[in-house]
Write a protein that binds this ligand. Structure first.
Ligand SMILES: NC(=O)c1ccc[n+]([C@@H]2O[C@H](COP(=O)([O-])OP(=O)(O)OC[C@H]3O[C@@H](n4cnc5c(N)ncnc54)[C@H](OP(=O)(O)O)[C@@H]3O)[C@@H](O)[C@H]2O)c1
Length: 307
């Protein structure tokens, strides 16, 4: 099969496109013909070796995808060949930048019927991450004020809509070019981070979801009310240190499972959440997509069209 892979760690330019070994389906796994694979901020970091060296070369990255079931491993009874599915690979196991992927059945769910494969691939990991942060970890409630940092990014695009659907007042930050987009997702107040300091514009927030990291993450604690909580996904495996003793910093555990994928499908099917703005690249241009991803100033999601 064809895949995008790397033979050594380095910048996105080390990603090449070519022949790659077909995956072997083990008991309990499903073989999926991948139609679209999502590009995530983790991918260029895996290519760079930022999480440590990968265990073999050549190595195909890619964590989430949408496609069609083409074979079933022993013991799989909940899918049939021909089912349209979307999914998120197990932690530490990639390989979605490929024409086929073998994946444990519980990490797959039926594709939302109203979405194309490109659209379904775009929402798998970002939707799962946003749900783990906003619903499971922050447990936001109707009437609360929530600041979502980095509103134009993929995870934040989904998170803003989930918080709004819950009945929260949503504030978000972005650059001037994306203000209209972030408003369109349902944010009540959108702050241009190049013009205004969010710590001067927001106070007494019940919750913050930070997707930006660095200094933005640390300063996010300042806008919380006493007892407020903040969740961080761009500051490493732990929340950043808080300068306050009266607020809580949390690192969502982003478990990958069918229940969260089913929840994504429900929210999309009900019209509570729409897919983010998507820029599509052919799989052969995975290097170009990852260069854009590493720059961190695109809008919504980058998706690779595989077939
Ligand atoms: N399982 C997990 O824990 C998990 C899963 C998924 C993602 N993540 C992490 O979560 C983070 C977000 O990922 P993502 O894919 O949604 O987006 P991303 O690709 O990291 O970020 C892109 C967005 O960030 C915005 N941005 C950059 N600097 C900003 C700033 N100072 N203030 C506000 N917005 C800013 C950009 O908007 P502008 O162009 O307007 O600046 C752009 O739309 C990444 O670090 C990623 O690795 C973690």
């Amino acid at each position: 099969m064809k895949a995008a892979f790397f033979r050594q760690h380095g910048g996105p330019e080390v990603l090449e496109f070519g022949d790659y070994p077909d995956p072997v389906v083990k008991p309990g796994e499903v073989l999926v013909d991948v139609h679209a694979a999502s590009v995530n901020g983790a991918d260029w970091r895996v290519v760079a070796g930022s999480y440590g060296p990968v265990s073999f070369f050549p190595y195909a990255p890619g964590r989430d995808f949408s496609g069609v079931v083409s074979a079933l491993g022993d013991g799989v009874t909940d899918f049939q060949v021909g089912d349209e599915v979307f999914g998120v690979c197990d932690v530490g196991i990639e390989a979605a930048y490929a024409e086929k992927v073998a994946i444990r059945a519980p990490l797959l769910a039926r594709k939302p019927s109203g979405l194309s494969h490109v659209e379904a691939a775009s929402v798998a990991l970002i939707g799962l991450t946003a749900l783990c942060a906003v619903e499971d970890t922050l447990q936001v409630r109707a009437g609360e004020t929530v600041l979502v940092q980095g509103g134009a990014g993929g995870v934040a695009s989904f998170a803003i809509q989930v918080a709004r659907h819950t009945g929260c007042r949503v504030i978000s930050t972005t650059s001037a070019a994306n203000i209209d987009y972030v408003h369109s997702l349902g944010a009540d107040l959108v702050i241009d981070y190049n013009k205004d300091d969010f710590t001067q514009m927001v106070s007494g927030a019940d919750a913050v979801f930070d997707t930006v990291g660095g200094d933005v993450a640390i300063r996010s604690y300042l806008v919380l009310r006493p007892g407020g909580r903040a969740a961080f996904i761009a500051s490493g495996p732990k929340p950043p240190p808080t300068p306050r003793t009266d607020v809580i910093g949390l690192r969502p555990a982003v478990g990958r499972d069918r229940a969260h994928l089913d929840r994504i499908r429900t929210l999309v099917s009900e019209g509570a959440v729409r897919v983010p703005e998507i820029t599509v690249f052919p799989l052969a241009e995975a290097a170009r997509a990852n260069t854009l991803s590493r720059g961190r100033h695109f809008r919504g999601k980058l998706v690779l069209q595989v077939r």
